[in-house]
Each structure stands twice: as C-alpha cells, then as structure tokens.
Design a protein around this ligand. Structure first.
Ligand code: ADP
Length: 487
C-alpha cells in the first residue's frame, strides 16, 4: 500500500471540482456556449428572414398570376389549373367579411378566422399599401403559420369583396429543420469541445502533477532530487526555477551542516587538551611551576574557544540578519587610526612595527563598529602571521575615482597562490596546526586561528556593498585592500 492518502469518492469529486483543469474547461464551455448561442441566433434570424422573404415573393407572384384570371361565381371559385398548390387557401368574402366561397385545406372555422383577420388587415393596409402581405397564426390542423395577401374583387354589380390568398409561411419546414440542425450542431460542438478541452487541460496540467508529486517526495534530508523537466514552456520554466531553488537550498543546508561540523570539530581539540591537561595535573602532586604551566595551557585553550565562540556568534548573527548595521558616514582614516591605537600594544608584544601610511579622509556610508572589526581582523592577522624580526604592518587609506579604500599590508611570510581562492572560506586555514602564541603564563597570547576571521571580514565588506582583494607572494608579504563606494 502506498503511503499516500487515497481520496475517498466525494473527496475525489471535490478535488476535481476544485481543480484548475475543471475550472478551465467550465469557463471555456460557458464562453463557447455563449458564442454558439449568439452564432446560432444570428444564423437562425437571417435564414428565417430569407425563408419568409422567399415565401412572400412566391405568394405575391401567385396572387399576381391569379388576379388577372380570378372570377367570382356564386357556384364556387374558378381557379386556373396549376396555379394553386394543395396547401394554398383561397377565400372570397363580401364587403362585410362574410365568407362567400373558400378553397383549400383549412377547416371551416380556421377559414372564417383567416377571413376576419385578412379583412381587418386589408382595412388597415389601405392606408399603407406597401404592407400588403400579412400574417396570421391560423395554424390549426396544418400546424403551420399562414401568410396571406388580399386584393379587392368585383363580386357583383357595384359590389366589391375580397379575394384572400393564403400560403404556408414555411411550406417545406425549413425553419424547424434549421432549428434542429443548429441546436444539434451546437450541442455536438459543445460536447466535443468539452471532452477535447478536458483532455487538453489534463495534458497541459500533467507537468504540474509531476511537480507536485516530486515536491512531496523531497524531504529536508534529500534535497538532491531534481525535476529535470526538458520542456521549454511556462511549466518547464517553473520546474527549472524550482530546481534552481532546490539547488540553492541544498547548498545552504550543506553549508549549514559543514559549519556545524567544523565548529564542533574546532571545539573538540581545545576541550580535549583542557581535559588531558587537567587529568594529567590532578593525577599526582606537582611543583608550582608545573601547575602554572598547566593553567597557562588551559587559559590559552580557553582564549581560543572564547574567540571561536565569539566569531561563530558574530557569523551566526550576520547570517540571520540580526547584526544591527548603521548606515552613517564613516571616515575610513578614523577607523584606521582607531585600529592602530587599539592594536599597537599587541604589535609591540609580537615584535611587529605597526605603521600608519597615508591616511587621507575617506568617507563612506556604513557601520563604524563593523568597519573597525573588519580592519582589526586584517591587522590582527598581519601581526599574527608577520611576527618576527624586522616585520612591519602598515595601514593606508585612499580614494580612487569614486571608490574609497583601506589597505593593510605586511612583509610577513606571504600566502601561496593555491590558497588565495579559499582564503575567505569559513574555517579555512593554511596551516592546519593552530598557532596559539606562547603558552607561557606571563607571555603574550596571540589569538588562536580558527579560520573565521577573514570570513567575517568578507561578510562585513560585502554587506557594505564593497569588495575585498588580496595580493600576496610567498616570502614577500601580503596586502589586503577593501574598497567601498565613497560618498
Ligand atoms: P585565522 O583565524 O586562522 O587567522 P583567517 O580567516 O583570519 O583565520 O585567515 C585564514 C588563513 O589565511 C590563516 O589561517 C592564514 O594562514 C592566512 N592568512 C591570513 N592573513 C594572513 C597574512 N596577513 N599573512 C599570511 N597569511 C595570512
């Protein structure tokens, strides 16, 4: 049994009713039905007008042919053969509308009503002779509408009655056939369009189903799955975007995992050293100098862990966007002078000359505290790695076009080219064995290298919209330049 929940019947219908597929087809069908109705109405109105026009024309022609030959005799109606058809009605009335003679298939009652109607129309039409053709609903047993035309007729000396010729408006039933054809055709079109539309919508929506299924199976631990849809349409684009997002998520999760693993790894070594040192010292009585040495080692490891935890906290805050950042004008030369003052004693302890080069005022927009931390990290590194005879570290600021920069250079050991691309990666250290300065309790303690200092530098520079570059040659020294948009 698949773990996926099976839809119950009403649930399945519900999901169909709420699907885009169904709504698409519904809208499409409603619009198509309206178009078909409008189209059929248009065709029907036009065609029936033509059919009636045709019948009118035939009736007038028939009456014109009859008019010349018609004679009234009390014995009946004398009609030349071949002029009238079986369905035609011919009625003679006296001036009062009384039927004198009739001919045709209509029952007597309907003939009377036809005559009365025709007389009335005739009276009215006398004022407007154009509308000589009139209608009557005298369908009766013939089930068809009749149209009629009336002409005056001499029925005796000085007496003029009416000759009424009636003919079915649609003798061949064209109108009802047209109605049937239009209704049947429209219905068939609608059904075909409905089924075809559903099939098409279903096909078009299938990739969405694939995406949904794939998204369901992708868990936090399995972000390596991709949809890999090859189609170039909008859904293909959506799937590609989805894949791209998964890729970024996977990379972010990977970085996170690596970060936690590296952090734990970094903490494990000093914790082990502290543990070993305390166990060893407590195992047997020692001389005071030995206790002092053990405590100095523990303090050194403690300093390293403190600095590591501080760096981790800084990075975590920065990553989470919690590091409050001001955006005020800051003079980079001020930042440089501040750093020199703060770190000159550290430089002296390490036997390094910390020099101020040209320090013109360079204003940029940013957070002073972050910028001080960034320059301090670079100078601390330079002091740490350049320590030794005749070593010096210098800081300069300057303006090139509209970019303000701060440069920290040293004549230390330099960095081999293969390390340069990774220098700003988290936990990246060239010398994997950590240097902790002197373990001597009284001696200077250089901060232990955790490989996070330059990551923090890069983060700060980038968060200010700036750029950090490094140039270095083994045996000659290194130069770090951070440049920003000047104000
Ligand atoms: P760490 O805490 O180890 O100093 P960083 O991220 O600050 O970590 O530096 C990464 C690595 O880059 C260091 O381990 C060091 O080997 C190298 N490095 C940084 N600055 C200098 C420098 N001025 N001279 C030589 N090597 C340097």
């Amino acid at each position: 049994m698949s773990a996926q929940k099976r839809l119950t019947f009403p649930g399945r219908i519900g999901s169909i009713l709420h699907s885009i597929r169904f709504r698409l087809v519904l809208w499409f069908s409603v619009i198509l039905a309206l178009v078909l109705i409008a189209f059929s109405a248009f065709i029907y109105i036009n065609q029936s007008r033509d059919i009636l026009g045709e019948s009118e024309f035939r009736l007038e022609r028939k009456m014109a042919a009859l008019e010349l030959t018609l004679t009234f005799s009390p014995s009946g109606i004398l009609v030349p053969p071949g002029v009238l058809q079986d369905t035609d009605v011919l009625v003679f009335t006296d001036p009062t509308g009384q039927v004198l003679a009739s001919n045709g298939p209509l029952p007597a009652q309907e003939t009377l009503s036809l005559a009365a109607h025709a007389k009335l129309e005739y009276e009215q039409d006398r004022n407007s002779p154009d509308s000589a053709i009139s209608w009557t609903q005298g369908s009766g047993s013939l089930h068809t509408n009749y149209m009629f035309v009336s002409v005056p007729l001499q029925i005796g000396l000085g007496q003029s009655g009416l000759a009424i010729l009636g003919s079915p408006a649609d003798p061949y039933g064209l109108e009802s056939r047209l109605q049937l054809e239009l209704a049947g055709g429209s219905l068939a079109t609608l059904v075909i369009a409905l089924l075809g539309g559903y099939w098409l919508a279903d096909r078009a929506m299938r990739p969405v189903h694939t995406i949904t299924q794939a998204a369901r199976t992708i868990g936090e631990t399995d972000l390596s799955r991709r949809l890999n849809m090859k189609s170039r349409d909008e859904l293909g684009e959506l799937a590609n975007t989805f894949d791209g997002m998964l890729g970024r998520l996977q990379a972010a999760f990977e970085r996170q995992r690596q970060f936690v693993a590296d952090a734990s790894h970094e903490l494990r070594t000093p914790l082990t050293i502290v543990n070993l040192e305390t166990s060893r010292t407590l195992a047997s009585p020692h001389k005071p100098a030995e206790y002092q040495h053990a405590l100095a080692t523990i303090r050194s490891e403690n300093d390293f862990m403190t600095s590591l935890v501080n760096d981790l906290l800084t990075l975590a805050r920065m990553d989470a966007g919690q590091a409050a950042r001001q955006n005020l004008p800051v003079d980079l030369s001020d930042v440089a002078i501040d750093t020199i003052e703060r770190l000159s004693s550290l430089a002296a302890r390490n036997g390094v000359r910390l020099e101020a080069g040209d320090l013109p005022e360079v204003l940029i927009l940013g957070d002073r505290q972050h910028l001080v931390q960034m320059v301090s990290n670079l100078v601390e590194n330079a002091i740490k790695y350049a320590s030794g005879q005749d070593k010096k570290v210098s800081i300069e600021t300057g303006l090139t076009e509209d970019a303000g920069w701060v440069r920290v250079s040293d004549n230390g050991p330099g960095i081999a080219p293969e390390h340069l691309p990774h220098l700003f990666d988290r936990f990246y250290r060239i010398d994997q064995a950590r240097m902790r300065g002197s373990d001597d309790a009284a001696g200077p303690q250089a901060p232990g290298g955790s490989g996070l200092g330059l990551s923090i530098v890069q983060w700060i520079v980038q968060s200010h919209g700036g750029e950090i570059k490094v140039e270095s040659q083994v045996g000659t020294g290194s130069t770090f330049v951070a440049s920003f948009k000047a104000v």
